[in-house]
Design a protein around this ligand. Structure first.
Ligand code: NPG
Length: 369
């Protein structure tokens, strides 16, 4: 496929409720949507970078700039582009996985739409619906947290992830466990908020039968993850530390994790995500699909990925109404704790152009010269 035009569109979508983590509160998502056009097809991609570089070094303004100046021109200059060689063509730029992933996703979508194949089938999906979880931010009080979690459990979520950080860990987790009972799968996510000094403290979480503890220490602090994994019964899961297949292999070899959260944006795209899934399956490491508050575009693609056989734990792929009042695609709904995997060509959903236009804050079109 020869790309004729790439559109970089920024949209602003307010959250239904603000989301607080160990690094701050998000009230609205500033999202970069990528739309590619060729003679044969069009495709959509979504960049998961946040509005500020607080989750990882990437942020939406930087992703936009690196796409505009380097990544998009590289693809527009290529005589022919296919999904499998996008990563290679973009490898001259170091890092910027989220920007690269968004552009690759749009090319993958266009290619699959013109071939009439769904992303789930292209990746090797094995399920028509997937069990999903919900991620719950830090609350103003334990009572408020318990009430929020109870609402999600009533709505049908069978797995709840609690954000933790120093000063907000053992007690809120104990209170939630006491309230929901033993049947709800509980996990915790620290987003790098602890250090190796906190290992003894974190082992106290073992009492609350957690399915995993996600990224307690810094992204570059694998040694502390190894040390915790050696003394805790709670499975240690990595998120921020894993930006590539090589990172995943190294972390598993070191004993830093027994579970990996796969976020396609964080690892440079759905094709690398699939390779990490394959590696983890071969190494008996459970994986689940992480979330970055995607719109329906990214959510559709995450559902396709999560339908692969190695995704044995429910992902952060909640129903659309957990995040947004109006999504830019048809909303995804929770049925019995599950969401249906799209089966249409490509990502399998169509952006609603009227909604998209209403929430757009800027548009830029780059054309082949
Ligand atoms: O459900 O899409 C979702 C959000 C899941 O908690 C979620 N994402 O670290 O995994 C994470 C986390 C997050 C990332 C939260 C960035 C806030 C900012």
């Amino acid at each position: 496929m020869r790309l004729d035009e790439v559109e970089l569109r920024r949209i602003a979508l307010p959250f239904v409720t603000p989301f607080r983590t160990s690094f701050g509160t998000i009230v609205e998502r500033d999202i970069l949507v990528v739309h590619v056009r060729s003679a044969a097809a069009e495709g959509w991609g979504e960049c998961v970078a946040l509005g500020e570089p607080v989750y990882s070094a990437e942020w939406v303004g930087g992703a936009h700039e690196v796409l505009r100046r380097f990544l998009v021109p590289a693809l527009l200059a290529a005589p022919d582009v296919c999904a499998d060689d996008v990563a290679g063509r973009l490898a001259f730029v170091r890092g910027h996985q989220m920007a690269k992933a968004a552009l690759e996703m749009a090319v993958v979508d266009a290619e699959l739409r013109s071939a009439g194949q769904s992303l789930a089938s292209r990746l090797g999906g094995a399920r028509s619906r997937v069990e999903v979880g919900v991620s719950v931010g830090i609350a103003a009080s334990i009572a408020e947290l318990v009430a929020t979690v109870a609402g999600y459990v009533d709505a049908g979520y069978g797995r709840v992830k609690l954000k933790i950080g120093p000063g907000w860990d053992i007690e809120p987790v104990a209170a939630v466990r006491a309230h929901v009972g033993a049947d709800v799968m509980l996990t915790v996510d620290a987003n790098c908020a602890y250090t190796g000094e906190d290992i003894e403290h974190l082992v106290r979480l073992d009492e609350h039968a957690l399915a995993l503890i996600e990224q307690p220490f810094g992204a570059d602090d694998l040694a502390s993850h190894v040390a915790l994994a050696a003394v805790t019964r709670t499975p240690v899961c990595l998120d921020e530390s894993i930006e590539s297949l090589r990172d995943a292999a190294g972390a598993i070899d070191m004993g830093a994790c027994s579970v990996v959260s796969i976020k396609p944006g964080r690892v440079g795209g759905y094709l690398e995500a699939r390779r990490i899934h394959d590696l983890c399956m071969a190494r008996d490491v459970a994986v689940w699909c992480g979330g970055m508050f995607e719109t329906g575009i990214g959510r559709a693609a995450n559902l396709a990925l999560a339908s692969l056989p190695g995704f044995t734990l429910p992902g952060d792929i909640s129903a659309s109404d957990r995040y947004y009042r109006t999504d830019i695609t048809e909303p995804f709904v929770l049925q019995d704790g599950h969401i249906t995997v799209p089966t249409g060509p490509g990502i399998g959903v169509e952006p609603r152009l009227d909604v998209l236009d209403r929430v757009t804050t800027s548009i830029e079109r780059l054309r082949r010269r």
